[in-house]
Design a protein around this ligand. Structure first.
Ligand code: 4AD
Length: 461
């Protein structure tokens, strides 16, 4: 394999002749010298290629090289005269691998992030999206290594399911029925027994339920895969298709769950600070000033803990400040999450023991009959990054909740059986992977931390 620019830039000057591939980001031409900045996407800063026009003597070829042109440059790595880089390539031979006409949309100027979303097939060639994708990749590696190093088994849960894990009904249906003329039962309703899976199916909103069954077999497992939600949430932190990391641990209660969540977040944040330093410096300079210090603070500070009831009491003190004033029983929304982390705790906070009405059916019920052992991890600036809980391990209580909520009992027969055969306390959580990328990079909109975002009215590319 040929050497990438990232590795070349870490070398010192030498007499060796190198061959460097990449795309031209910028071209600066003067009477005697031409400078190309060549980038191959392996690192945020490209390699400066210096062409001595007198000895190169091929104006026609040089003028065909424009922003976006793919080139192969041969030359020697020399100490740079300029202060912006330590080495540069003194060119001896230039080949155009792929020409690029003048209508290339990524000309040298600042493009709005909204415009870049319209050219998502090209935006990976910008500094910001390139850096975001490299950080995303490292974060995925850190997530796998965190769990693998601690003896968790990686489980792949199905993407097509016939049960709605969160019970919110916000699922994308999967069907091969003719939508114009579906088969119908005598009462006129659609006959899903004729559908591909013989019943109504949808894309998963979470791998948790299937993950639980494997935690009750292999003890500590995690999933890491795409999930789908047909939420009509047009916000900077919601996608219709996003990736979720879901550890699930048998013989573990909510306190143990919260401990792992905190340790895990600190580990993956530290990993990117250590392994993606040039990209993280770029974000700190051009996307969110002070981001690295904020992350360091999060890594070094113990996360606060607070019950939902105490959180509501704090919020009620300043209810007039909120667009949506709170009371016991109401959802904690983004503005409240920010207030709790930024102004009450000055650190991430793990809020626990929510009213059962605002949480999913599977959470362990507390003895008070009103709250469940759920937790959300909230971080400054972003709000909720993790949602989790201790699961209801008692068969009767779980069945009671399924019935109370009017869920289809027969869809959960297999899930219920795990509470009959050797049921144990167990807990887990879900980290929204894109929210984690958003948080470490400081990128404001979740649509810019995934290669091809899917959201309401948008599935181009
Ligand atoms: O809080 P949620 O809905 O929890 C679950 O799905 C549980 N089954 C997880 C578990 O206990 N195994 O979602 C978990 C996380 C949220 O905290 C958030 O970070 C992210 O997933 N998330 C989204 N990210 C992007 N777009 C959306 N529409 C999201 N919805 C949730």
């Amino acid at each position: 394999m040929k050497e990438r620019i990232k590795e070349i830039l870490s070398r010192g000057p030498s007499e060796e002749v190198l061959v460097v591939d990449g795309w031209v980001r910028t071209k600066r031409d003067s009477k005697n010298v031409c400078f190309l900045e060549v980038n191959d996407g392996s690192v945020v800063k490209g390699l400066q290629v210096v062409i001595d026009k007198a000895s190169f003597n091929n104006d026609e070829l040089l003028s065909s090289v424009t922003t976006g042109t793919a080139v192969e440059c041969t030359g020697r790595l020399v100490a740079s005269q300029g202060g912006a880089q330590s080495v540069e390539l003194a060119l001896s031979k230039l080949d155009v691998v792929g020409p690029c006409p003048a209508d290339y949309p990524l000309q040298k100027k600042r493009h709005s992030i909204e415009f870049l979303r319209e050219i998502a097939h090209l935006r990976g060639r910008t500094n910001m999206i390139g850096a975001a994708m490299r950080v995303r990749s490292s974060l995925a590696y850190a997530i796998h290594s965190y769990f693998q190093d601690r003896g968790f088994t990686y489980i792949n849960t199905p993407l097509i399911t016939t049960s709605d894990c969160e019970g919110a009904g916000e699922t994308f249906q999967v069907t091969t029925l003719d939508l114009e003329a579906p088969p119908r039962k005598e009462d006129g309703s659609v006959d899903y027994s004729k559908d591909f899976f013989g019943k109504k199916a949808s894309l998963t909103v979470s791998g948790q339920l299937e993950g639980e069954t494997y935690a009750l077999a292999l003890r500590d497992i995690y999933t890491f895969g795409p999930t789908f939600r047909a939420e009509n949430s047009n916000t900077t932190r919601h996608l219709a298709e996003f990736w979720m990391v879901e550890p699930e641990m048998a013989f573990c209660d909510l306190d143990g769950d919260a401990e792992v969540a905190e340790d895990f977040l600190k580990h993956i944040f530290s990993y990117v600070l250590e392994h993606c330093s040039s990209d993280m410096d770029f974000f700190d300079s051009f996307v969110l000033k002070g981001n690295i210090d904020t992350l360091r603070h999060v890594i070094e500070t113990p996360f606060a803990r607070m019950t939902y009831t105490d959180a509501i009491a704090e919020l009620e003190k300043v209810n007039s400040r909120f667009e949506f004033p709170v009371h016991w029983g109401s959802d904690i929304q983004t503005e409240h999450e920010k207030f709790l982390t930024e102004e009450v705790c000055h650190s991430p906070v793990i809020v626990t023991d929510y009213p059962k009405e605002i949480k999913a059916f599977y959470m362990k019920q507390n003895d008070d009959g009103r709250t469940v052992r759920g937790m959300d991890v909230l971080v400054p600036r972003l709000g909720e990054i993790i949602g989790g809980s201790e699961r209801e391990a008692d068969y009767d209580k779980l069945l009671g909740r399924i019935r109370e909520l009017g869920l289809e009992e027969k869809d959960y027969w297999w899930y219920l059986e795990t509470r009959r055969f050797g049921s144990v306390p167990h807990s887990g959580f879900g980290l929204g992977f894109e929210r984690a990328v958003q948080y470490v990079t400081g990128i404001a909109n979740i649509r810019d931390v995934i290669p091809y975002p899917r959201y309401v009215k948008s599935a181009e590319f």
